[in-house]
Design a protein around this ligand. Structure first.
Ligand SMILES: Cc1cc2nc3c(=O)[nH]c(=O)nc-3n(C[C@H](O)[C@H](O)[C@H](O)COP(=O)(O)OP(=O)(O)OC[C@H]3O[C@@H](n4cnc5c(N)ncnc54)[C@H](O)[C@@H]3O)c2cc1C
Length: 363
């Protein structure tokens, strides 16, 4: 490997969009990934570009969500134009069947200029659930995350970003408050500046970089999803019902998600969760009984207690930064997170207030 300006560890959405920001600012960037890039949480997720019930989340999440979702149409268009690979950013709209806190929801939407209206009964002609103050958010979009990541990687390769895949970083060698090199299963690489974007592995990976009281509280939270081979136009919009959802892709396939489980780094799937998701989907939307269930998978979300990521330069190690811990909303928050990370590394004035994402914050 050439000794590049920035070495990013982790090839998920956070690592790749951080690479894009830094490359566009003129840096030479290398991404090191332990598998193939974009195969972990960023592949496994649903791709809804809004947190579930964002009005119940911390303000620090909203601060990253709003600029990110404004940026997505442009990002998706540019990636398609440059690579020919379509991230399938789609303004499907989001129907939420139960909103006991609908006034809070409407206030949040108004403050953040997200159109919202009461959903009338016509939305529920084919949907079976007990509705409570249902809401329709017509501008909420999704991205087809595996395709977004594929397109993003192709773009970065075109721009000269180097990828070193199937390369596990095992140690950051530090001397005089500086990372000197990375030890990996392939080789030892010298570095100038390192960004850790290792998702669910970040808590474990950064253990030795902080005193005991300041260790990053990021742990894997497993999520399982299933997929139905439905036809185009079976369902036109995303539906959120309590904690579960249906997401229709452009080709008609419908994702059903998701579980939230503490199972360490075990990414296996279970029949129990599969059956639970299947029952939920068939009860909510009986039209699905005409279609085969064709896939079932699990991914590991980078879980933090309140879902607020860490985006900061290390307080003592001068050439080390961290962008990780986006829990359930990593795709949604990624553009603004990457921009903030680049602003902090390049010492530009950040557009988003960086304080809530500091490494030294107390949860
Ligand atoms: C079922 C499910 C549904 C979801 N739905 C949504 C949704 O609808 N909307 C949304 O916004 N978010 C959603 N998410 C959350 C979102 O997917 C994550 O927040 C996001 O993908 C995190 O991105 P990341 O780049 O930090 O992590 P990852 O994509 O996991 O990337 C981290 C990378 O680091 C690599 N790595 C780790 N350790 C090392 C090492 N030592 N050396 C080299 N490489 C290493 C890993 O192999 C991995 O590729 C969902 C997640 C799941 C699991």
């Amino acid at each position: 490997m050439k000794n590049t300006d920035i070495t990013i560890i982790g090839g998920g959405i956070i690592g790749l969009l951080t690479a894009k920001e830094l490359q566009q600012a003129g840096a030479k960037v290398t991404v090191i990934e332990k598998n193939a890039s974009a195969q972990e949480s960023s592949w496994a997720g649903g791709g809804i570009l809004l947190p579930l019930y964002p009005w119940r989340q911390a303000d620090a999440i909203t601060q990253l969500v709003i600029p990110s979702i404004k940026n997505y149409p442009l990002l998706a268009n540019d990636l398609l134009a440059e690579t020919g690979l379509d991230p399938e950013w789609t303004k499907s709209g989001l129907l939420i069947s139960k909103n006991p806190d609908s006034e809070l929801a409407k206030t949040w939407c108004k403050t953040n200029q997200i159109p919202v209206e009461a959903a009338d009964l016509s939305f529920f002609a084919e949907i079976h659930t007990n509705v409570e103050k249902p809401l329709w958010l017509p501008t909420i979009a999704q991205a087809r995350n595996p395709r977004l990541l594929k397109s993003l990687k192709a773009y970065l390769l075109q721009q000269g970003v180097e990828f070193i895949e199937n390369c596990v970083v095992t140690e950051l060698v530090e001397k005089n408050n500086k990372i000197q090199s990375l030890k990996t299963n392939l080789d030892e690489f010298s570095v100038n500046h390192v960004v850790i974007a290792t998702g669910a592995w970040t808590g474990e990976f950064t253990q030795n970089l902080f005193p005991a009281s300041q260790k990053l509280q990021i742990k894997p939270i497993r999520g399982q999803m299933i997929l139905f081979q439905a036809q185009p136009d079976t369902l036109s919009h995303i539906i959120l019902d309590d904690d579960h959802y249906l997401i229709p892709r452009r080709d008609g396939k419908i994702l059903v998600g998701s579980s939230v489980e503490e199972a360490g780094f075990d990414k296996s799937t279970s029949e129990q969760v599969k059956n639970k998701l299947k029952s939920f989907a068939l009860e909510l939307f009986p039209a699905l009984k005409d279609f085969f269930l064709i896939a079932h998978w699990a991914g590991l979300r980078p879980g933090t207690e309140h879902g607020i990521p860490y985006i900061d330069n290390h307080p003592e190690i001068e050439n080390l930064s961290i962008n990780a811990g986006h829990f359930r909303n990593g795709l949604t928050m990624a553009p603004a997170s990457a921009k903030l990370m680049a602003d902090l590394i390049l010492k530009r004035l950040p557009e988003v207030n960086p304080l809530p994402y500091r490494l030294t914050r107390s949860e």
